[in-house]
Every structure is written in C-alpha cells, then in structure tokens.
Ligand binder design. Structure first.
Ligand SMILES: *Cc1c(COP(=O)(O)O)cnc(C)c1O
Length: 357
C-alpha cells in the first residue's frame, strides 16, 4: 500500500515517530510494565512526562515566566466559556472572522457584555477585517488567529491596548511568536500539536482574579495552574501523544524550522491554485492561511468538483473536501503534513487539468 496523504482539518495527521512511540507505550510505558492507558496519573513516571511536556511548550514557544501552561479537556469549544468566566467583568470585544470566532462570542455574550468589533461576514469570512480601533476600556479583546474553515490567518502578533486573548487552535506552533503580547492563548491540540482530547492554555498569571463572579472550580484557570493540570484526572494518553509530537518538533529544529517548511508548503500549493485554470482560491491573498488552504473549482468548471475529489482519492489524497460553509476543497497543511504530501496534491491538480483541457 502506498502512502496515504492526509489533509484532514482535525483530528489531523501526526508525525509517524510519535505514533510508533505511542504503540510502544500502549504496551509498556517507560519500562514500568504498565500500559500508558493504565498508568496512575500520580505515578512519578507520569509526573516526568507532564513536566517534560510543559517544558517543551516553554522552550518551543519561548514562553516567558509571567505565563503558565495548562492542559485540560472539553475542547477549544469549552474554552470559549472559560474565557468569559475568567476575564469578562464589564465589556469585551471580539473580532468576528468565522464560525469559531462567532461561537466564542456567543458564549461570552451569554455571560456579559460582549460584541463584535468588526466582522468579515459580508464576504463569507474570506478576509481579515482591518482598520478597526480597539477601545481601551475593554476587559479583553478576542481574536481567532487562524480561521480553520475559511483559510484566513492573522500572521502577526498584533499590538493591543487591552489584554489580548487568542484562539490558536489551528496555527499554534506553526510560526514563531511573541507570547508576551497575550494575556491568554488557547486551543485544541488536534490540529497541530497532538490528538483530540486535550487543550492547551497559556495564561499570563497576573491577568487572572480580576472578575467578581463566582467561577465554578473546574472552570477557574487558577485551579488548574495551582494543581499543575492535575486537579482531576488529566487526559493522560492525549497528553502523552502531545508530548511525543512536541519531541518530534524539537528534533527537526523547532518552530522556526517548521515555519520555514510551512511557508514553503503553502507557497507551493497557492502558486498551483493561482496557475491552474481549473481552480481558484477563496481567501483574500494577503490574508491567506499557511495552515488551511481553501479553493474551489473556477467558474465554468463547478460540475467537476466531485470528480476531482474522486480523482484525488484514487491517488491516495484524502481529507480534501471543503467545509460546507465554503464548499469546494480545503487542504490542511499542519506541521506533520510533509512537502511530499503537498507535492502529491499539486501533481494531482496538474494531471486533472491536463485531463480536462
Ligand atoms: C477546531 C477549532 C475549534 C473547536 O475545537 P474543539 O476542540 O472541537 O472544540 C475552535 N477554534 C478553532 C480555530 C478551531 O480550528
């Protein structure tokens, strides 16, 4: 069987070495004779893995001492509520750049005064709004740095006069960044740093404790910071896999090295989309995501959509169907997706063009 090229939006492809190590650990975790699925989360061998994972996060993203890192469950979707519970006292603004941004805002608006400062809904979220002004009386400003469904991305750490909170589910560890600019960065692991079942939250400690509401114990970030993410049973296997994924990332040169590769992969695919007369990209060029590449059949070729998906599948390229709110195709080029995978897709698009023209 030839290699299957996986472009899934999430859960996504993971490095092969992490999978191999997981297979070993499922049988015997660190020579304990116990499977990683059965190891006590209070065992010292497990403590060491938690500590290694935290320090890999710190090292790979250059997380300053002002910030803590926690691993929780409930998905990025539950973090939408955590954000409001822990930070919303008077007023918060959200940048409405897609479905996930809208869902994040909905949770906050149910708790207090939260609104969209700007939106790209007028053009089906195909661009990142610009030119808005952030008021200085906000508790926080919330952005979604990468819009997984629409393929747009805020590629720089913006200057913000109020605490900046970012959902980075689908572009964390894809580029170097200035963590110090954020009060909170959170996301699900299943796009770029691990399997489904665990989320990361990087929290500036002194931004907590400023709201007067009662925060339920499990929804209070301080609970999890104080207990080193082990207030209750953590998602042990998902954290194990995240740790293996980060070990792999470090081994290939870290975030700076993967950023270069990610930029090359994205450039390769976007240039084929722009060259190939059968396809067109859906996102504004200056806002194109390096993680999720969205494109559709060019005008006049719309009826070929399903045929192209089948053509790609025959060549073992899977996960290319676009989200229903955009249609067409989406290729997710997360860290573990290789330049060879992208080349296989580009070649497939060329072959398809030759067949149809
Ligand atoms: C996938 C995704 C989410 C939702 O993640 P869950 O873990 O499924 O709740 C939220 N935000 C962004 C940007 C995403 O890509």
């Amino acid at each position: 069987m030839g290699k299957v090229h996986v472009f899934n939006a999430g859960p996504s492809v993971l490095p092969q070495v992490a999978i191999e190590n997981a297979i070993e650990a499922l049988k015997d975790f660190k020579g304990t004779g116990v499977s990683v699925l059965s190891i006590s989360h209070r065992a010292k061998e497990w403590d060491a893995t938690m500590e290694e994972c935290r320090s890999l996060w710190r090292e790979l993203l250059n997380i300053p001492d002002t910030h803590e890192i926690v691993f929780l469950s409930g998905g990025a979707s539950l973090q939408f509520l955590y954000v409001a519970m822990n930070y919303l006292e008077r007023k918060a603004a959200y940048l409405e750049t897609g479905e996930w941004a809208k869902k994040a805002l909905k949770e906050a608006a149910a708790i207090g005064d939260a609104y969209a400062i700007a939106s790209s809904a007028d053009k089906n979220y195909s661009y990142i709004p610009k030119g808005y002004e952030i008021p200085t009386d906000l508790d926080y400003f919330h952005i979604t740095t990468n819009n997984t469904i629409y393929g747009t991305e805020i590629k720089e750490d913006i200057d913000c006069p109020v605490p900046l909170i970012a959902d980075m589910s689908s572009d964390i560890m894809s580029r170097t960044m200035d963590v110090g600019k954020y009060a909170l960065i959170y996301g699900g692991a299943q796009k770029n740093v691990g399997p489904a079942g665990v989320i990361f939250a990087i929290i500036r400690r002194d931004t907590l404790g400023k709201v007067t509401r009662y925060i339920p114990t499990m929804l209070d970030y301080r609970t999890h910071i104080d207990k080193l993410s082990m207030f209750n049973t953590p998602p042990v296997f998902a954290i194990f896999m995240m740790n293996e994924t980060l070990k792999w990332l470090k081994s290939i040169g870290g975030v700076e090295a993967i950023h270069k590769i990610n930029e090359e992969k994205a450039a390769l695919l976007y240039s084929e989309i722009d060259r190939n007369s059968l396809f067109v990209g859906t996102a504004a060029k200056e806002d194109r995501s390096i993680m999720n590449v969205c494109f559709v059949m060019a005008p006049g070729y719309e009826t070929l959509q399903d045929e192209f998906l089948a053509f790609a599948k025959e060549r073992k390229l899977i996960g290319l169907k676009g989200h229903r709110s955009v249609g067409g195709f989406r290729a997710s080029l997360y860290n573990a997706c290789t330049p060879e995978d992208v080349l296989a897709l580009v070649n497939c698009m060329k072959e398809f063009e030759n067949l149809k023209k």
